[in-house]
Write a protein that binds this ligand. Sequence first.
Ligand SMILES: O=C(O)c1ccccc1NCC(=O)[C@H](O)[C@H](O)COP(=O)(O)O
Length: 209
Amino acid sequence: MRVKICGITQPQQGVAIASLGATALGFICVPATKRYVNVAQIRAVVEQLPQQVHKIGVFANSTIEEITQIVVESGLTGVQLHADESKEFAVQLRQMLPNVEIIKALRISSAEDLEEARAYTSSVDTLLLDAYHPNQLGGTGKTLDWKMLEQFNPDCPWMLAGGLNPDNVVQALSQVKPSGIDLSSGVERAPGDKDLDKVAKLFERLATK
Ligand SMILES: O=C(O)c1ccccc1NCC(=O)[C@H](O)[C@H](O)COP(=O)(O)O
């Protein structure tokens, strides 16, 4: 299963998390948010990571030009669109960045939101379902209603996000069958400061599955 740990800010933590088993690391490219990192900070982590680890930039309503510039300058291998980006936007972005994974994140609070997510499957590589919060786009620690996702089986790979932590991940995966999971605040000491003990515990719990 893919395991993405998001909100990486420090090179040593990124390297350690990759060696514990993360298949993808996420970098928050949303200015004025708590885990924001600039191109130089992303590059400092990316340069130290094994090639096979996916390096995902998280964007919110950035322009295609802004995203392209950051991807090219920092060595990201994927883009996560985490706000109001349309299907058409994702298709245009792919034309600019044909070899970069495009992930569309949707914040889910109803069955209608799930239908909206399904509509993206032919325009992106991967879906990511996150929890809805009225004032924050992500990294909220809030869980989704897993019951609502029990039958969710879209035509493309999808990742479960939102409030996952080492203590609830096994329960989540007994109810829901995503292709991957994404965690941020559930493996942190403080925003952007990952807790390696919690990350190790996460992989121990996943190994029991
Ligand atoms: O994490 C942030 O600070 C963030 C800010 C703005 C947009 C997106 C953001 N995070 C996106 C992620 O992919 C998080 O991993 C996801 O929301 C899950 O977070 P958590 O509930 O803390 O595990």
